[in-house]
Design a protein. Structure first.
Length: 186
């Protein structure tokens, strides 16, 4: 069994913003496999289903980004999977729009949602799929930037990145993370 967490902020106001790349990737994954993410448990919207022969739990924390760890910890403790069967998908300002970076483990960098998860789990030893959302212009406020939508000329690259993130998650589940990293990193 795998727990797949997509990070974002709840509410219409934040739909399809850069910071909600994780939510958007999970929505694509859910649609592809006919999984409804509609149960409210563990301070999250949750959907259970299968990818191939593997049972999956799709998780969209509803705590707002900075407290994502509270929800992830609750889900993780309830389902009791191995740490390497927890996959977190989230936005990364250090990558160009639509680029991916897949890692087996690592620090949170500047991402507050990941800082919260690492703090609550007491570990950074879990796979993550980072989706590039680009950096703001030097004069622009970072919070304002990540809570904005991508421009029309970047929309296709963003869509492509989200689709690659879904393929990455599928690859991790079907084969392993090394294969996924070889295929989709960069």
């Amino acid at each position: 069994m795998y727990i797949i967490v997509g990070l974002g902020n709840p509410g219409k106001k934040y739909e399809h913003t850069r910071h909600n790349a994780g939510f958007d990737a999970l929505d694509i994954l859910a649609e592809e496999y006919g999984i409804k993410i509609d149960k409210i448990k563990h301070k999250a919207l949750i959907g259970e289903g299968r990818i191939g022969s593997e049972k999956v739990v799709l998780v969209k924390p509803q705590t707002y980004m900075n407290l994502s760890g509270e929800s992830v910890q609750s889900v993780f403790q309830f389902y009791k999977v191995d740490m390497d069967h927890l996959i977190v998908v989230y936005d990364d300002i250090d990558l160009d729009i639509g680029k991916l970076r897949i890692r087996k483990k690592g620090s949170a960098g500047s991402h507050n949602g990941m800082k919260s998860i690492i703090k609550c789990l007491g570990s950074q030893e879990f796979p993550r799929v980072r989706v590039g959302v680009s950096r703001p212009d030097p004069n622009r406020d970072l919070a304002d930037f990540v809570l904005s939508r991508v421009s029309k000329d970047q929309a296709e690259d963003m869509k492509s990145g989200l689709e690659k993130a879904v393929k990455t998650v599928e690859e991790i589940i079907r084969t392993d993370i090394d294969m996924a990293m070889n295929k989709y990193n960069g």
